[in-house]
Ligand binder design. Structure first.
Ligand code: IPE
Ligand code: IPE
Ligand code: MG
Length: 267
C-alpha cells in the first residue's frame, strides 16, 4: 500500500474515535522544531521553516473540516529577534511571500485572518501585505486564523495594563471597575473564547511566552513530533487525547454535594 493510502486509512480510523460534538472550538499551537527537523536531515534551518508552512496549511484545513472555529498559531515570538539576523530576515521574508501566495485561497475558504502582535518593527512592505490580508478577509465568517507575529504574552499583558491605567487617569473608568471582563476586552484576542487546547510540537515542555492570560485553563498536549513532521494524523491524536481529559476547572467531577458531608473524616 502507498504511504499516502496508509495515512488516509489512519485518518479515517482516528476520525471514527472523535466525538464531533466535543471538538475544541479554539486551538492554539506552538509550531516548534523546524530548525531541528532540518538539521537532522543535514539541511539549512530555512528548509524546516519552509516545510512548516505546508504543515500549517494542512492543519488549517483539518481543523476547519473538523468543526473547530479558531486556530491561533505562534509564528514569531518577541524573543525570536535574538536569532541570527539572517534567520530573522528569512522568516520575515517568508511571511510576506507565503501570504501573498496563499491569500486568495484563504479568502475563498471564508477564513478571517488576523495578525496578533506588535507589527511596528516589520518593514512597511510586510505591514502592507499583512494589513491588506486582514482587511480583505475581515468579513469572512467560517473560520478565524490568528497568526502571532512578534508576539509575547507578557508584553500583551503589560500593554493591557497600560491601556487600563490610561483610561483610569482620563477618568473613563474607576479602579474598582477593573475586572477580568475589562482585561479581556483589551487583549489582542478580544472577543474570542480562550483556547480549550494548546498543542506544542517538538517535545519542549514550556509555554515560551505564548498567550499567558488566555491559556489559564487550556488543556496542554505536547508531542515529540517536530512541526515539519506534524500532520492530520498527529492532529487527530491531539484531539482524541483532549477528549479523554476531565476538565474540572477546580471543581470535582460528578460528586453530589451531599456525599461530602456523608463521608468526611475527622481531623
Ligand atoms: C519554530 O521552529 C519556528 C520559529 C520559532 C520561528 P524553531 O525554529 O524554533 O525550530 P527549533 O526549535 O530550533 O528546532
Ligand atoms: C516558540 O518557539 C516560538 C514559536 C514557535 C514562534 P521557540 O523555539 O522560539 O521557543 P524556545 O526558545 O524553545 O522557548
Ligand atoms: Mg524552537
Amino acid at each position: 500500500m502507498s504511504s499516502k493510502k496508509i495515512i488516509k486509512e489512519r485518518n479515517l480510523e482516528l476520525s471514527k474515535e472523535i466525538d464531533k460534538q466535543r471538538i475544541p472550538q479554539h486551538i492554539a499551537i506552538i509550531m516548534d522544531g523546524n530548525g531541528r527537523w532540518a538539521t537532522n536531515k543535514g539541511l539549512p534551518r530555512s528548509f524546516g521553516h519552509n516545510k512548516g508552512v505546508s504543515v500549517l496549511k494542512e492543519i488549517i484545513k483539518a481543523s476547519k473540516n473538523l468543526g473547530c472555529r479558531v486556530l491561533t498559531v505562534f509564528a514569531f515570538s518577541t524573543e525570536n529577534w535574538t536569532r541570527p539576523s539572517k534567520e530573522v530576515d528569512y522568516l520575515i521574508n517568508l511571511f510576506g511571500k507565503v501570504l501573498s501566495k496563499e491569500i486568495d485561497e484563504i479568502h475563498s475558504e471564508s477564513i478571517k485572518i488576523k495578525f496578533i502582535g506588535d507589527l511596528s518593527p516589520f518593514p512597511d512592505s510586510l505591514k502592507l501585505i499583512l494589513q491588506s490580508a486582514e482587511s480583505l478577509t475581515q468579513n469572512n465568517t467560517d473560520f478565524i486564523l490568528n497568526v502571532c507575529v512578534n508576539y509575547g504574552g507578557r508584553q500583551e499583558i503589560v500593554k493591557v495594563a497600560k491601556e487600563i491605567a490610561l483610561k483610569s487617569l482620563n477618568g473613563e473608568i474607576k479602579a474598582s471597575e477593573v475586572n477580568e471582563e475589562l482585561f479581556n476586552s483589551e487583549l489582542l484576542t478580544k472577543g474570542l473564547k480562550d483556547p480549550e487546547l494548546l498543542i506544542r510540537t517538538s517535545g519542549e515542555k514550556r509555554i515560551s511566552n505564548f498567550l499567558l492570560w488566555q491559556l489559564a485553563y487550556s488543556e496542554i498536549y505536547i508531542t515529540d513530533v517536530l512541526w515539519p513532521d506534524f500532520n492530520e494524523v498527529e492532529f487527530l491524536k491531539a484531539i482524541i487525547d483532549y477528549q479523554s481529559r476531565n476538565r474540572r476547572f477546580g471543581g470535582i467531577e460528578s460528586l453530589p454535594n451531599e456525599s461530602f458531608e456523608d463521608s468526611y473524616c475527622s481531623y
